[in-house]
Design a protein around this ligand. Structure first.
Ligand code: GDP
Ligand code: GDP
Length: 439
């Protein structure tokens, strides 16, 4: 399970600036995809070598309209789930009463807390640090989120504070072990995730309830269908009878992020009767940022009039041009239609995401693509592309070696990607192209 790192602090100390600085590389991946939403509260960041879920609780407070302390429910949840809390104060403002209150709250939560003094730019470190000594939390880590200073030291300290356990993560696993397909079914509350899980696993193992948001855990459950092994990573939670009595819990973005990170293939479930909502496109942004294979499931297809169906399809065509590579499956989890098609699409996505791409064939395909259509001239010269090889799987990465590759425009990279996708019949997985300059 991905550890959670929560950023906590009073308004205006620079929490969202810090959040953006720490999640920036991944953000860039979805920055220019219209129709896909960037999540400004939840993201993935690297702490040392480990991916973590980073939560900006400031954004959560703002959303909760006026509730501005750790008592806001989602803030408390984030802190409770956090392995490490980054408690941010402003070196510019010094210690305030609001800071002291938060410290009190954090003491009660019993988390591992790092004191982070932001806005250190232009200030003397030791003078700024002395101001916070009375908190009894030791030397603060001094950073400037805005100028991206001190962040590495901060992340090193966070890495030391994390529990030692290693997350399931074989992104870099190049072994040819087939293994089970890790499938995460994600979607906002009430789209039909549990109903689908019921269908897949059989009624005696799980139970769906008619009220949204019954207590849920993220649990991995093995499943075999037609000789194919899956591991269902289910955010809806495999709702066991014994859990029914527990408190009703809201949809957890943290759990969805953890499930996406653990999955090979994500089935993103939408409620076709409601079309595409903001929460859907935010989840989609997370799937794309994490480079997961994807199947889009349009559930509750039953009983929808033909004109509504056509409208939903058009809406997705129009708004999700950037994920045209993902298969869409219409389904009624309630009546059990579309499930075979879903599993076929999941298998296809998995095969595509794990395909080994032979160097010679790849180089041939790309050479043909260059010959058909050269990269555009920039300052009178074009990029030279020499050879290419596969650089990894889940998602497939292709590394192209050449010179002046920085001048290759995004549109040309997309053209190359499409040639590779067509030739190798990839469907349901993103493809990443990287360049290496031998200049
Ligand atoms: P939040 O309310 O805690 O999320 O704070 P923001 O991230 O919105 O930042 C509040 C203000 O502080 C903004 O005007 C930022 O530009 C500014 N700020 C954030 N980080 C720094 C920093 O490292 N140095 C300076 N000088 N200003 C910063
Ligand atoms: P979850 O919160 O995503 O796990 O959603 P549930 O599986 O609990 O389903 C929420 C509600 O939608 C329940 O009342 C289900 O019976 C209903 N539902 C689920 N799938 C379908 C479907 O395919 N068609 C229709 N009409 N209703 C469905």
């Amino acid at each position: 399970m991905l550890p959670v790192v929560a950023i906590v602090g009073r308004p205006n100390v620079g929490k969202s600036t810090l959040f953006n600085a720490l999640t920036r590389t991944r953000d860039a991946l979805v920055a220019d995809m219209p129709g896909v939403t960037r999540d400004r509260q939840y993201g993935i960041c690297r702490v040392g070598p480990r991916p973590c879920v980073l939560v900006d609780t400031g954004g959560l407070v703002a959303q909760a309209e006026g509730i501005d302390s750790l008592t806001a429910r989602q803030v408390r949840q984030a802190v409770e789930e956090a392995a490490v809390v980054l408690f941010v104060v402003s070196a510019r403002d010094g210690l305030t009463a609001a800071d002291r209150e938060i410290v009190e709250d954090l003491r009660r939560s019993d988390r591992s807390v790092l004191l982070v003094a932001n806005k250190i730019d232009g200030l003397e470190h030791h003078v700024a640090a002395a101001d916070f000594a009375e908190l009894g939390m030791g030397e603060p880590l001094t950073v400037s989120a805005e100028h991206r200073r001190g962040l590495e030291t901060l992340m090193d300290a966070a890495a030391d504070a994390l529990p030692a356990e290693t997350p399931i993560n074989d992104e870099d696993d190049d072994s040819d072990e087939p293994g089970a397909i890790r499938l995460a079914i994600v979607g906002r509350p009430n789209v039909g995730k549990s109903t689908l899980v019921n269908r897949l696993l059989g009624e005696e193992r799980v139970l769906a309830f008619d009220q949204p948001g019954t207590t849920r855990d993220t649990i991995a459950v093995p499943l075999e269908r037609d000789g194919v092994e899956y591991l269902l990573i289910d955010t809806a939670g495999v709702r066991r009878r014994s859990r029914v009595t527990e408190a009703v819990e809201k949809f957890s973005t943290i759990k969805a992020l953890q499930a996406i990170e653990q999955a090979h293939v994500v089935a993103l479930m939408l409620d076709a009767s409601e079309g595409l909502t903001d929460q859907d496109t935010t989840l989609l942004g997370h799937v794309l940022q994490q480079g997961r294979a994807l199947v889009i499931v349009l559930n509750k297809w039953d009983g929808l009039p033909a004109d509504h169906r056509a409208r939903v399809k058009q809406e997705l065509d129009r708004r999700l041009t950037y994920v045209s590579w993902a298969r869409r499956v219409t389904m009624s989890a309630l009546h059990g239609t579309g499930i075979q098609e879903l599993l076929d699409a999941v298998q296809q996505a998995w095969r595509s995401a794990t395909m080994s791409i032979p160097t010679s064939e790849l180089t041939r395909v790309l050479n043909a693509a260059f010959e058909a259509h050269q990269p555009p001239m920039v300052h009178g010269r074009t990029a030279k592309l020499r050879y290419a090889h596969a650089g990894g799987r889940l998602p497939p990465r292709i590394v192209i070696h050449g010179s002046r590759t920085r001048t290759v425009p995004e549109s040309y990279t997309r053209y190359l990607a499409n040639r590779v996708i067509d030739h190798f019949g990839l469907k349901g997985t993103p493809l990443r192209i990287e360049y290496r300059d031998s200049d």
